[in-house]
Design a binder for this molecule. Sequence first.
Ligand code: CA
Length: 234
Amino acid sequence: MPVVTSILVVEDDDAIRIAVQRGLRERGHAVAVAPGGLAGLEHVLREKPDVVLLDLGLPDVDGLTLIPMIRAASDVPIIVITAQDDDPTMVKALDSGADDYVVKPFGTEQVAARIRAVLRRHGRDATAPAPVLRVGELTVDERTRVATLRGEPLELARKEFDVLHLLASRAGEVVSKRELLAEVWQQAYGGSDRTVDVHLSWLRRKLGESAAEPRYLVSVRGVGVRLVDPTDGA
Ligand code: CA
C-alpha cells in the first residue's frame, strides 16, 4: 500500500478549500481542513499532519503571525497560499519559517508538486521508496501516485491509479476481475464485475485507447485483463 501523506489545508475561502481538498484526495492524500488560523494551529498540535497548506489572509489570525506559532511547536513543512505575488510578504513568510508558497489561482497539480518537493527536502518520503514501474511508454510511481504516458502525467482518479498500479506490478500477466475487486476495492466476494469494467473503460480512455483497439490494456474474455507493452514487437 502506498504511503499516505496527511495534509492540513488552512483556508477560509470555501471554494478554494473544497477544490484543494478534493484535488489532493483524488491523488490519494489524507486531507483535513480548517477554516481559520486557530483551528489550524490546534489541528497541527493534535494531529501532526505531514504538510500544512496555509492561506495568509485568514479571518482570525493572520497567516504571517501563525507561522512562528506553528514553528514553535512543530517542524511540519508549511506551504503558504497567497492571493498575489507580493514579494515582501513572501519574503516575510519564508523568513518566519514557511517552506514554499503558491499564488492563487493555482492548480492541484502545482500544489501536489510543491508538496512532493517539500517532503523530499524534509526527507519524509525517504521511507521505502518503491521503484517506478515501467511498461512501454507508461510509468507508474507508487510513491507519488503519479502515472505518466510518454512523459505526460495522466489525470487518474484514485481507483484508476490503483488498478493501473496493480496491473503494472504484474505486467504481462492476466489479472482476474475477482483479484482486482479484492485488491483495489477490498471486495473479495459480492463485488460487481461491472465496477471493474467501468474503471477499465475510463482508464482506457485516459490511455488513449479502446477495448476494440487495445494497446496497453488487453482484455482476456472470461478471465480478466493484462497490461502489456505495445512497443514490445508483438
Ligand atoms: Ca483568505
